[in-house]
Design a binder for this molecule. Structure first.
Ligand SMILES: [Zn+2]
Length: 259
């Protein structure tokens, strides 16, 4: 029993040596952190939010999307293994990890990683002050809770201010905003903020009607349920007639399109 004492004593002396352990690997381990960990660290240091519906493009450096793609691919492969899918022998899922990683980073969630599309605004020289609507703009998004699709349509109503942007630009901003995991209510607010920043309208109204696959495909399995929500700002908020006019215009467009 007393024989354990000497070994304890020698054990105490051992920690004096460790600085040489790892043969330099300790210095290298910081750079060997997965790219996502380095990005999270960078975002936290910059106090930049990186929630599912935030855009982090300002913090990405050249080549890092490729590194992210390879990390995500590895993780999806592990996910498939955890789902007990024989990806080594199943020809259908052999390349699924690569496909899903590309889909998330470059397609369905690209609005998190890509910069805002370049959109020029112009002075409203003709002093346009009539409201107009743009729509339907296709909504392709995914719910933050289950990462399954949210698909629908969006209408934007504008009462021009001092600056205007081209009609087609609204779809580009909308696509950029929607291509992130979202909660529909927040998506509409984020889109409204971006449009206000771009063209500072006197009034802005946005209506989104979408089907949530977390209700169609799973959960309550209500295939017909559509979620409708809207945001009205500026003159559309102050003037009930203007607001009514926007919803009337949307209704007319819908009936023309047979919605
Ligand atoms: Zn969901």
């Amino acid at each position: 029993m007393t024989s354990t004492l000497p070994t304890q004593i020698t054990a105490v002396t051992v920690p004096a040596a460790p600085p040489t352990n790892g043969l330099g690997a300790a210095g290298g381990s910081a750079t060997q952190l997965p790219i996502s960990a380095r990005l999270r660290q960078r975002l936290q240091e910059a106090k930049a939010p990186f929630l599912a519906n935030d855009n982090i493009s300002a913090h990405l450096r050249e080549g890092e999307m490729d590194q992210l793609e390879s990390e995500v691919t590895d993780k999806i492969r592990e996910l498939l293994r955890s789902l007990v899918i024989d990806i080594e022998n199943d020809h259908n899922t052999a390349e699924t990890a690569e496909r899903v990683a590309r889909m998330y980073l470059h397609e369905v969630f690209k609005g998190r990683y890509q910069e805002q599309p370049k959109i020029a605004s112009f002075p409203n020289v003709k002093k346009l002050d009539e409201i107009y609507t743009v729509g339907p703009i296709t909504v392709r998004s995914a719910c933050s809770h289950h990462l399954v699709p949210i698909l629908g349509s969006c209408w934007i109503g504008i009462k021009p201010g001092v600056r205007v942007i081209g009609l087609s630009k609204f779809s580009r901003v909308a696509e950029w905003v929607f291509s992130r995991p979202h909660i529909q209510e927040e998506a509409v607010l984020i889109l409204a903020d971006e449009i206000e920043r771009l063209c500072e309208p006197e009034g802005l109204a946005i209506l989104v009607k979408a089907q949530h696959y977390c209700m169609k495909w799973r959960g309550v399995k209500e295939p017909q349920t559509t979620m409708v929500n809207s945001v009205v700002r500026g003159d559309f908020r102050r003037d009930p007639n203007l607001k009514a006019e926007f919803f009337e215009l949307v209704k007319q467009q819908e009936s023309v399109l047979g919605y």
